[in-house]
Ligand binder design. Structure first.
Ligand SMILES: NC(=O)c1ccc[n+]([C@@H]2O[C@H](COP(=O)([O-])OP(=O)(O)OC[C@H]3O[C@@H](n4cnc5c(N)ncnc54)[C@H](O)[C@@H]3O)[C@@H](O)[C@H]2O)c1
Length: 471
């Protein structure tokens, strides 16, 4: 679906008019394109006291091939970068004309143990934020508060959350800001996640907090891994793959090397066939909520098994609780939630989902915040969150991760049905002042499906441009 306001204010005439009337001017977000370099430009490094993740960052910078500059808060960076053979210099505080010179800001806060040690956050971002270019990236790294040894350390690490989320709201210009908590011992497993947050692939993901744990299989190391085809040799099932977000998920996973098995209802068979033909995938026409569907899906996948399961199929039947009929209420729960549980149970019990596998459920910000007229939908989507949180510890022993993405307003046929005024509100009420695209959800799922995301499990990542709803 088209966002005509976004197009208009980014035309020469529209931009002039918006400026003179003081109207908001959403940025045209830079998204991943296979024919453009994924990483380029200068990355500024800052740090708090005794940073523990600089080695991991040096490996990352070497792997993605960008140039770094050290802020005065990160005194250790220059000798360390030299040891890694990286080109590096010192960051000169912002002068007029320096706007846009930086592509990303990375701050290692892992050594901060007390609220009195937070000042370097101010020093670094105060000096550098104005030099960050449009669609720039901010990543703050810390330690998971709940694993901290003392209440003071927990408190200081938890403070990073409010700080980073506020940066996301202040930065504007299509800039994203996210916080990554790295558990002790997981320093070697950060690359896939940091690549995602530094890449144009995360264009509509901002204000998020992600934890990288030590569990699961060992993440690939950069020298021995083909980062352009991370899913090569893997098989991925995507439900609701005929159109919208599901078709985009199928296409992104296939572009990353996976063989995709797309599932959709029999009445969407033609669209499903067309999508799967383009991707050299396999089409399965099933109603996932039918009682026999889990067994039928398991039988269809049995011979070769599967590595990635994406539960994307979903419906809305919006009416307030006083007006919605029982059958309509129930069908939303059945398709959006119970079907996910029943399919997973069938695939896990028979060992069809292989060890080291990935499950991703599609939730919604309605499941976090609740929404008028959506008691059924919000219950189903909150249930998806409960499911990943409850299943993650159980699946850890098999190296299987289970996570949810919670999209905000995404431009699809589902949101095209929303009345115009509500639709405009949904689009603008976020830090990007625009709706996301199906590919934004798809890229987030591809990161969670990545072999290098083995330490990311039981989490909910919102793809909502930092929506005010449920924030
Ligand atoms: N579009 C948004 O803004 C948004 C926001 C939050 C969450 N979501 C979620 O993202 C997912 C995809 O949404 P979308 O906007 O692409 O919707 P969509 O309606 O465009 O596509 C949904 C697909 O699921 C299929 N499907 C529905 N019931 C099915 C069943 N019983 N068995 C098999 N397939 C079935 C449909 O045929 C369709 O192809 C949904 O789970 C939705 O709740 C969307």
């Amino acid at each position: 679906m088209n966002d005509s306001y976004l197009k208009f204010v980014n035309s020469p005439f529209g931009a002039r008019l918006a400026r003179s009337l003081g109207l908001p001017k959403p940025e045209v977000l830079r998204r991943y394109r296979a024919d453009r370099p994924e990483f380029e430009g200068l990355v500024a490094i800052g740090a708090g006291r005794e940073p523990r993740l600089l080695d991991a960052l040096a490996n990352l910078i070497a792997s993605i091939g960008v140039t770094s500059v050290a802020h005065e808060s990160a005194g250790l960076w220059v000798p360390l970068a030299n040891r890694h053979g990286l080109m590096t210099g010192r960051f000169e505080p912002a002068e007029s004309g320096s706007q846009g010179k930086l592509a990303a800001l990375l701050f290692d806060a892992s050594g901060i143990e007390d609220s009195s040690q937070l000042a370097p956050l101010h020093g670094f971002f105060h000096d550098t934020l104005r030099s960050l270019g449009r669609c720039g990236r901010i990543v703050v790294l810390g330690r998971p508060p709940e694993a901290c040894a003392s209440p003071r350390q927990w408190t200081a690490q938890r403070a990073l959350e409010g700080f980073t989320r506020s940066l996301g709201k202040e930065a504007r210009r299509g800039i994203t800001a996210n916080l990554v908590y790295v558990a002790q011992g997981a320093e070697g497993s950060v690359e896939a996640t940091l690549r995602f947050f530094l890449s144009p692939r995360s264009a509509y993901v901002s204000g998020q907090v992600v934890r990288i744990d030590t569990g699961g299989a060992t993440a690939p190391t950069s020298s021995a891994f083909d980062w352009s085809q991370p899913l090569a040799g893997r098989r991925a099932v995507v439900t609701g793959a005929a159109r919208g977000i599901g078709a985009s998920i199928a296409s992104v996973l296939a572009a990353e090397g996976a063989h995709v098995i797309g599932i959709d209802i029999p009445s969407a068979r033609d669209a499903l066939d067309a999508t799967m033909r383009q991707l050299n995938g396999t089409a399965l026409a099933f109603d996932i909520a039918a009682p026999e569907a889990p067994a039928q899906i398991a039988a269809a996948l049995d011979e070769q098994g599967v590595d990635i399961v994406v539960h994307n199929a979903g419906i809305t039947k919006d009416k307030t609780i006083a007006k919605v009929a029982e059958a309509a209420w129930q069908s939303v729960i059945d398709i959006n939630l119970s079907a996910q549980e029943r399919i997973d149970d069938a695939l896990l019990a028979a060992g069809i989902l292989r060890d080291g596998g990935r499950i991703v459920g599609v939730s919604s910000i309605s499941g976090i915040a609740g929404n008028l007229g959506q008691t059924n939908y919000a219950a189903s989507k909150a249930g998806v969150i409960g499911r990943v949180q409850s299943m993650a510890p159980q699946l850890r022993a098999r190296g299987i991760t289970i996570n949810a993405v919670a999209p905000g307003f995404i431009e699809t046929q589902m949101t095209a049905k929303i009345p115009l005024t509500l639709r405009e509100a949904g689009r603008r009420m976020n830090s990007m002042s625009q709706g996301g695209q199906p590919v934004d959800v798809a890229q987030t799922i591809a990161w969670l499906a990545h072999p290098g995301a083995a330490g990311v499990t039981g989490q909910v990542v919102r793809v909502c441009g930092q929506s005010l709803i449920g924030a």
